[in-house]
Design a protein around this ligand. Structure first.
Ligand code: GLN
Length: 312
């Protein structure tokens, strides 16, 4: 098995030379300004080491990766009651699709598509002010990462608030079916701010360690819940490309339109990668490729180890 650091260095060097990097997210104006040439990757290990390459200390917008943390908080707080509000089946639809929501009477397919994540945020917001909930989300993420220097980028949150009409449609639609407790604007205010949390690859990789369930990592919620979150990451974490990610990488992962991906190697490691250019499903184009390479180099897969360079 090659050395992790060697693999990261080779991957970062290869990615630096790529011309076709995908498209940065344009529908959130602040994200459209991010330099598509950035690339960072980090691996956090249960023994406290963090290995990295490229722009691994630069903070980026975690966007939908925040949905893993709010799901963790919601399961910790509400337990299985949460599943009355949201399902746990892959959607096979774009992350912001409205189509299924009408067919399924306002109950989103899973907690990682936008509608599902908005329902989760709404559930944990109930009885609190958005500021209090955002404080709780930040405390959770900082404790998981063991790092207090993690913040919300308010310009990104404002930018999405000004342009997030589709999310407002999803929230209003759920409200009409009685599947939203708070006013749509209030829940979305919290949702846009959780998405605007910024972390570096090194911070994000550390923050994911609790999902590896490895000895010595922070215990943020019970092991059964951690296993289930991993299952949902595997089946739903990349929207309508979740099957392809499972096929290519074989690990639970969650992407965000900021170009980040958090990927869990159960019992072994937590990986974060960032490359702002997205593929047409809204997942980081080079980030996906980088994790595929790293997993293949290391023989990391929940389906059994493999050391074949080109498994196709
Ligand atoms: N804030 C983004 C949105 O709601 C998150 C989407 C994503 O990262 N896939 O559109």
């Amino acid at each position: 098995m090659p050395d992790i650091q060697d693999s990261l260095d080779r991957i970062a060097a290869d990615m630096a030379g790529r011309m076709d990097r995908g498209e940065v997210a344009h529908y959130i104006p602040e994200l459209a300004r991010v330099d598509p040439a950035r690339f960072g990757i980090a691996v956090a290990l249960p023994d406290d080491r963090v290995l990295s390459a490229g722009d691994s200390t630069l903070p980026f917008s975690i966007q939908s990766i925040s949905k893993v943390f709010t799901l963790s908080i919601a399961l910790g707080r509400l337990g299985d009651q949460l599943w009355s509000r949201v399902g746990r089946e892959p959607s096979g639809q774009a992350f912001n699709s409205i189509l299924q929501l009408e067919h399924e009477k306002g109950r989103p397919r899973n907690p990682f598509i936008n509608a599902g994540a908005i329902a989760v945020t709404d559930a944990i917001l109930a009885g609190h002010q958005p500021k209090e909930l955002l404080g709780e989300i930040l405390r959770f993420v900082r404790a998981a990462a063991g790092d207090d220097d993690i913040h919300i980028n308010h310009a990104v949150a404002r930018s999405e608030t000004a342009t997030g009409h589709r999310n407002l449609a999803l929230a209003s639609f759920m409200k009409s079916y009685g599947n939203l407790i708070n006013p749509p604007e209030l829940t979305l205010g919290a949702y846009f701010h959780q998405c605007a949390i910024e972390m570096s690859c090194q911070q994000l990789a550390r923050a994911g360690l609790y999902l590896t369930s490895a000895a010595g990592t922070p215990r943020m919620l019970g092991p059964d819940r951690v296993r289930r979150i991993n299952a949902i990451m595997m089946t739903c974490g990349h929207y309508d490309a979740s099957g392809d990610f499972a096929f290519r990488v074989g690990l639970p992962g969650k992407s965000g339109v900021g170009g980040g991906i958090l990927c869990i190697v159960p019992g072994k490691a937590s990986v974060a990668v960032w490359s702002p250019g997205l593929n047409k499903q809204g997942n980081s184009q080079l980030g996906t490729e980088a994790i595929e390479r790293l997993a293949s180099d290391m023989g990391w897969s929940v389906f059994g180890a493999s050391h074949t360079a080109n498994p196709d």
